[in-house]
Design a protein around this ligand. Structure first.
Ligand SMILES: Cc1ncc(COP(=O)(O)O)c(C=O)c1O
Length: 490
């Protein structure tokens, strides 16, 4: 029977359509409203208005169908718009409206639809589309070798996974097996994936609270490094830490917890948080030493920051600390396929008699070809250098904008991981969540897409192929959107 014709399906869909907002609201009404996550709300009145008035009828019809058939969840469905084409730094919607994609979930380092990647994937599909797990395949071995070559010494053994969240869990399993311990220390507010393992070490209420638990036991959390809003109450100097006063309490506290617990398997963290937030100088050196003192492994989640985003191939190369396990994902799949990787010290190869990442697509030749070709493109086109130079110029310009725009409280950036934090009052640093959302929708109207992080941080993460001229155009749109919003509010 055609399900569409049955009242039951219609009933369910209707229930969704009306229950969507109230359903979510009811869920949260039983507990406190979660703080803003690392992504903007898909339920806000501004989002509803954008979907209601700003889109053509055909797009609205598709969005309604999307909303009818997909399970609703915070941060994705109901969706913003419908993408018809993705090319280079651009995405295009059904009505032909083009956005410079300065969000891209950090998957699009080489740009969308890179011709060399598309050709390599077509060839790979013709030659060998899949390898059952008991076999290996040349592209898988070549990608593993490449990752060992480009990651810092002594990282030397690899396992692939279909998502970053799964790769984080593999890293946790390796840490358990190698240390005989199960506890972890990670940061509040962090995101490490939507699965139970990732959500347990992550620190965002959207992914861990309410009906989602219970989570993994032993996942301790500490306050993150966020110098502009130091959780320990120390004042910053223009966004930078005053180390003579704070003595890097945030790093000291990680060591304190490791000592008090005494049996922590691993510290799990992004070396640079994708919000973005950057650690105080020497932070990771301190934490690395504390890990070594207490027999704890250091797991760096470079799922968004790896493969050149920060102007070096890996963010950890900026911070003078090599992890025991490095986790990559997102851009590794070339903005075409899902692929993540764990790269570990060879001594951590201790689970030969257990299955720690036995995923169906573990050595899928098409996915691995995507990873290998993506890295080759990043290397051959000098994209890491481009991220560094275009990013440095953008940072200068954002700092200049900060002098003109009272809404901008702080500007942070390294390479093409850039952030502009909006505040209602520079002295009190009151987060300007409302204004940030308004700026986002103004910028979208101007043709620029970016992510709002933590409610009030404009996160600009363009592909590594972005040119200086394109960056200028994007910053012009942001500049105008900020000015327009400030005029409305004055
Ligand atoms: C820091 C970080 N870790 C882990 C993940 C999870 O990756 P995936 O969505 O591929 O599971 C993400 C994804 O946004 C991330 O930003």
């Amino acid at each position: 029977m055609n399900k569409r014709a049955t009242g039951r399906a219609t009933g369910r869909a209707t229930g969704r359509a009306t229950g969507r907002a109230t359903g979510h609201a009811t869920g949260h009404a039983t507990g406190p409203t979660p703080p803003p996550p690392e992504g903007e709300s898909n339920l806000s009145p501004r989002r509803q208005a954008w979907g209601g008035a700003g889109l053509d009828a055909a797009t609205r019809a598709l969005l309604d169908e999307d909303s009818r058939y997909f399970l609703h969840q915070s941060l994705s469905t109901p969706c913003l718009d419908v993408v018809r084409k993705a090319e280079g730094i651009w995405i295009e919607d059904m009505a032909g409206r083009r956005y410079m994609d300065f969000h891209g979930n950090n998957v699009h380092h080489i740009g969308y639809g890179h011709p060399r990647l598309v050709a390599a994937l077509k060839r790979q599909l013709d030659e060998l589309p899949f390898a059952p797990r008991r076999f290996t395949a040349e592209p898988a071995i070549a990608l593993a070798r490449k990752l060992v070559e480009i990651t810092p010494e002594p990282l030397g053994k690899v396992l692939f996974a279909p998502s970053g969240s799964d790769a984080i869990e593999i890293a946790l399993k390796i840490a358990r097996a190698a240390t005989g311990r199960f506890k972890t220390v990670s940061f509040w507010d962090s995101f490490h994936g939507a699965g139970f393992g990732g959500a347990s070490v992550g620190g965002e209420a959207t992914f861990r609270s309410g009906a989602i638990g219970p989570l993994l036991p032993g996942t301790e959390h500490v306050a993150p490094y966020t110098c502009y809003r130091c959780p320990y109450g120390y004042k910053d100097i223009d966004g930078k830490p005053d180390l003579d006063v704070c003595h890097m309490t945030c790093a000291g506290f990680v060591g304190y917890v490791l000592e008090r617990e005494g049996d922590v398997a691993a510290v799990v963290a992004e070396p640079m948080r994708a919000v973005p937030y950057f650690p105080p100088p020497g932070f990771w050196r301190e934490v690395r030493k504390a890990c070594d003192r207490h027999g704890t492994l250091l797991i760096f989640d470079e799922i968004p920051s790896g493969l050149g985003k920060t102007g070096r191939m890996f963010a950890c190369e900026h911070v003078d600390a090599v992890p025991d396990i490095l986790v990559l994902g997102k851009a590794l799949g070339g903005a075409a396929v899902p692929l993540a990787a764990v790269v570990a010290r060879p001594e951590l190869d201790v689970s030969g008699d257990r299955a720690i990442g036995h995923y169906t697509h573990e050595k899928n030749p098409v996915l691995c070809r995507a990873g290998l070709t993506t890295i080759e493109i990043i290397e051959d086109e000098g994209l890491v250098d481009n991220a560094r130079t275009v990013g440095a110029r953008a940072l200068e310009r954002l700092n200049e904008m900060r002098r003109r725009h009272p809404l901008i409280g702080d500007v942070r950036g390294l390479g093409l991981m850039l952030g502009v934090e909006l505040v209602a009052d520079r002295e009190a640093k009151t987060p300007a969540n409302e204004a940030a959302e308004a700026v986002l929708y103004r910028a979208l109207e101007g043709g620029l897409s970016f992510k709002l992080s933590m409610g009030n941080v404009i996160a600009l993460t363009p592909p590594l192929i972005v040119t200086a001229a394109e960056m200028d155009t994007a910053l012009d749109i942001l500049d105008e959107s900020l000015a327009a919003e400030e005029t409305t509010r004055s």
